[in-house]
Design a protein around this ligand. Structure first.
Ligand code: NAD
Length: 385
């Protein structure tokens, strides 16, 4: 079984879907591993390290993909017209493609037509058994860490209270909005740096988690928010009335913050706007906002995706793309391990090949296409009654 690892070609993508460590493990499972030349460079991994792990270095995508039965990617392969290389057309029929594919119906149909078995790892069910394969968690965790580190670097004061002979510098007030995986790591990192940390969320379970990390909970709670969590663990879209009440509580708090980190997402929708232009105007000059949700439309009204904006009142808003990609060495290593765990869980040792049982809950959640058809319930055409 030949396993191919491609160089990522989409803008701002610095990660790679396999590391020398995982390549070696795949070789141990009986695979031959082909890594496209330069695939790991932006994550700090030279070709020589893959070669030392036993991988073949392929000169281009076509050479890596020739005869491949498994293809590992961070983001969806480029299709015709999307870039200089039509990666999709180079993937052999019957190959299993795994990555954060963010597929829609049209893409799912394109994979089916190409005869590719596509696994969209971001659709993994959030069950205990799947935790170690969960790319959303592993990447969000690092994004949360990185956001606070970048906030600290952009802030022209200090996070901890510093008592010096020349006088005292007060601790930074850090407010984290959205206490899921990224937010909880942001809280922990803000505390480690010595900030005075508070946080908000709409899911009731998050309140206890915020407090257990030593941060203060600030938020609006109502009958509606008691039901704010879906069975899958995500936040629900709530009513306009709820958001208006939440905004009132948040507005008073934000005016006193030095650092705001926003991480709030509602699955399948644009990220909710939690910080209005007026709230940004209420903040002190020199304050910093980091909007990790920028790629999902942003939690801050003034975020410009991909940019650092300095507002008229001197507030910096960091709305960069791809926060996990800003800490690419670590995020590649965890993403690669997530893919390795998925494949080893569904590995047929005799055949030395993946075996994805159609009835398995994880497989059902992830697999978009099989045998030339779209099989995922979210994308498959409704069966005739
Ligand atoms: P997410 O990235 O979808 O959203 C980030 C956070 O934003 C969530 O906590 C959400 O409640 C919050 N949010 C949404 N709207 C908001 C608003 N208006 N105001 C404030 N906050 C708002 O979520 P996530 O980080 O992927 O995880 C959510 C939950 O799932 C967590 O409890 C996490 O522990 C759980 N989880 C479970 C597993 C597992 O069991 N395998 C894996 C990963 C995550």
């Amino acid at each position: 079984m030949r396993l191919a690892v491609l160089k990522e070609r989409r803008p701002a993508e610095t990660r790679v879907a396999a590391t020398p460590e995982t390549a070696k493990k795949f070789i141990g499972l009986g695979c031959t591993v082909a890594v496209e030349a330069g695939a790991g460079l932006a994550s700090g991994i030279p070709d020589a390290e893959y070669a030392a792990a036993g991988a073949e270095i392929a000169r281009d995508a076509a050479a890596a993909l020739k005869g491949a039965g498994i293809v590992l990617k961070i983001r969806a392969p480029l299709a015709a017209g999307e870039g200089a290389v039509d990666e999709l057309s180079l993937i052999p029929r019957g190959a299993l493609l795994l990555g954060q594919l963010q597929a829609d119906e049209a893409q799912a149909n394109a994979y089916a037509k190409a005869g590719i078995e596509a696994g969209a790892m971001e659709l993994l069910p959030r069950i205990t058994r799947a935790q170690s394969m969960d790319i959303l968690s592993s990447q969000a965790n690092l994004a949360g860490y990185r956001a606070v580190v970048e906030a600290a670097a952009a802030y022209d004061r200090a996070f901890p209270m510093l008592m010096t002979a020349a006088g005292t510098i007060s601790a930074a007030n850090v407010f984290v909005m959205g206490a899921g995986v990224a937010g909880l790591q942001a809280i922990a990192t803000g505390r480690r740096l010595g900030g005075r940390v508070s946080a908000t969320d709409v899911r009731p379970a998050a309140k206890e988690e915020i407090k257990s990390l030593g941060a203060a909970f600030v938020g609006y709670e109502s009958e509606e928010s008691k039901q704010a969590q879906t069975a899958g663990g995500y936040a629900k879209q709530l009513s306009a009335e709820f958001y208006a009440e939440q905004a009132k509580v948040v507005a008073a708090h934000i005016a006193k913050q030095d650092i705001v980190v926003t991480t709030a997402l509602v699955q399948g929708r644009k990220a909710p706007t939690l910080v209005t232009a007026e709230m940004v105007r209420s903040m002190k000059p020199g304050s910093v906002i980091v909007d990790i949700a920028a790629d999902a439309g942003g939690n801050v009204a003034l975020t410009k995706p991909g940019e650092l904006v300095t507002t008229e009142n001197g507030v910096k808003i960091l709305g960069y793309h791809n926060w996990p990609g800003r800490i690419a060495g670590a995020s590649s290593s965890l993403f690669a391990r997530n893919l390795l765990t998925f494949l080893t869980t569904f590995w047929d040792k005799e055949a030395k090949a993946p075996k994805l049982p159609a009835e398995d809950e994880i497989v059902k959640g992830v697999l978009l296409t099989r045998g030339g058809s779209v099989v995922h319930p979210s994308f498959a055409p409704a069966k005739a009654a």
